[in-house]
Every structure is written in structure tokens, then in C-alpha cells.
Design a protein around this ligand. Structure first.
Ligand code: HEC
Ligand code: HEC
Length: 173
């Protein structure tokens, strides 16, 4: 009898400790609230979402710079107070405004021609077309497109007369 009483007392004590630990785990830790950083307030976004996180915005910006083979200052003007810093919200540079149009265009291409064909799991996350697809590390794709002539073999009628043969065939029919 004595042993049984002791055992049950011990068991209920263990039970209380377990419940206590469980409750402690559910209790909000006050220090985690202090570490919480509020969503940054961007000053001058016209095309990107207002509530875009710092990580996502920085990721996009680095992506733009790499795609065009430039640094941040290609689109962002130096700060008037401190010329060693960039004034990111400023709209002084035309390149930034052109980039806004390019972002809209790229979003539209994805939304119209890619997202409808990828219904799962998150169609809005589908970004197939992007800056580097056209830019390939150049600010103006014409830089490499002007060399297109060298990339294709020129058509030589005497060596390859497929077109003429097709035309002849069509005329006979
Ligand atoms: C090809 C042009 C381009 C390049 C290169 C570029 N940005 Fe941007 N950046 C933009 C555009 C366009 C916006 C505004 C987007 C909008 O209107 O929604 C912007 C906005 C920002 C903002 C938000 C400013 C605000 O509060 O309104 C920050 C911060 C920023 N860029 C940082 C950077 C950094 C850092 C780099 C270099 C790693 C960089 N950008 C490179 C075009 C560029
Ligand atoms: C469908 C192809 C295509 C895509 C995608 C594209 N661009 Fe462009 N972009 C061009 C072409 C072509 C030009 C040159 C237009 C001209 O001046 O004739 C250009 C010009 C620019 C310029 C001006 C360059 C200069 O100094 O003349 C900027 C800045 C730019 N693009 C940024 C971007 C960014 C940022 C993205 C991604 C969000 C992007 N582009 C996506 C085709 C594209």
C-alpha cells in the first residue's frame, strides 16, 4: 500500500511537470517580440508590391544588375547628402523608369503566356520569362543582336535550292 501511494504521488508529480512544460512551450516568449522587425516601408514603388520583403527586393535588384551586366548605380542616382551612397527612392535616372516598363512587360508575359499553364501549386510564383533571357548581360540587347548575321549561315542559292524547288512544285499544282 505504501509503495503504491508513493508511486502514484511520483507519477502525478511527473504529470504536473509535463503539463507545466507544455504550457511553457505555448507561452509567447516576450523576447521574440523584441526581435521582430517590421516590414520595411518602401518610399517609391510603382510596380513592385508595396509589402515586398527586404530579402525579395534585394534579390530582384541583384538579378536586374546581373542580367544587364551593371551595378546598382546604372539605375540609381547618387545621394545629394552623401555622394558615396545611392538615393534608391529617387527617380532621377531614366534607366530606372525604363526598367519599370521592362518589369511590367516581363510580368505581363509571365501572367499571360506562362502562369495559366502551371495551375499548381502557386501560379503567381511562375516566372519563366526574365530580364536575362533578352539582356544576356548587356544593357541593350542590340549589342549582341547586331552580330546576329555572323551567327547564321547565309543562304546560298546554288548550294541549297530547297526554296526554289518548293516554288516550282507549287506552280505545277
Ligand atoms: C535595371 C535597373 C535597376 C538596377 C540595376 C537596380 N535597381 Fe533598384 N530599383 C529599380 C526600379 C525600377 C525600382 C522601383 C520599382 C518600382 O517602382 O516598383 C527600384 C527600387 C529600389 C529600391 C526601393 C527604393 C524605395 O524605397 O522606393 C531599393 C532599396 C533598390 N532599388 C536597391 C537596389 C540595389 C541595392 C541595387 C543593386 C544591387 C539596385 N537597386 C539595382 C531598378 C534598378
Ligand atoms: C523581351 C525582351 C526583354 C526583356 C524580357 C527585358 N528587356 Fe530590357 N530591353 C530590351 C530591349 C530590346 C531593349 C533596348 C530597347 C532599345 O533601346 O531599342 C531593352 C532596354 C532596357 C533598358 C534600357 C537600356 C539602355 O540604357 O538603353 C533597361 C534599363 C532595361 N531594358 C531593363 C530591363 C529589366 C530590369 C528587365 C527585367 C525586369 C528587362 N529589361 C527585360 C528587351 C528586353
Amino acid at each position: 500500500m505504501k509503495i503504491n501511494k508513493k508511486t502514484s504521488a511520483l507519477l502525478s508529480m511527473i504529470g504536473i511537470v509535463i503539463i507545466g512544460l507544455g504550457l511553457y512551450a505555448f507561452k509567447a516568449h516576450p523576447e521574440s517580440k523584441a526581435n521582430y522587425t517590421a516590414q520595411p516601408r518602401w518610399e517609391n514603388l510603382e510596380v513592385l508590391p508595396q509589402d515586398i520583403s527586404k530579402d525579395s527586393l534585394e534579390h530582384l535588384m541583384k538579378n536586374y544588375a546581373t542580367s544587364l551586366g551593371v551595378k546598382c548605380n546604372y539605375c540609381h542616382t547618387p545621394s545629394q547628402d552623401d555622394p558615396t551612397e545611392l538615393d534608391f527612392p529617387s527617380d532621377d535616372k531614366i534607366e530606372k523608369e525604363i526598367a519599370r516598363g521592362m518589369i511590367k512587360m516581363t510580368n505581363e508575359i509571365n501572367a499571360t503566356y506562362f502562369q495559366p499553364y502551371f495551375p499548381d501549386p502557386k501560379p503567381k510564383q511562375v516566372h519563366v520569362a526574365n530580364c536575362v533571357m533578352c539582356h544576356r548581360g548587356a544593357t541593350n540587347p542590340e549589342k549582341y543582336l547586331s552580330q546576329m548575321g555572323q551567327m547564321y549561315k547565309t543562304y546560298e542559292a546554288d548550294r541549297d535550292n530547297r526554296k526554289e524547288k518548293i516554288l516550282e512544285q507549287q506552280q505545277k499544282e
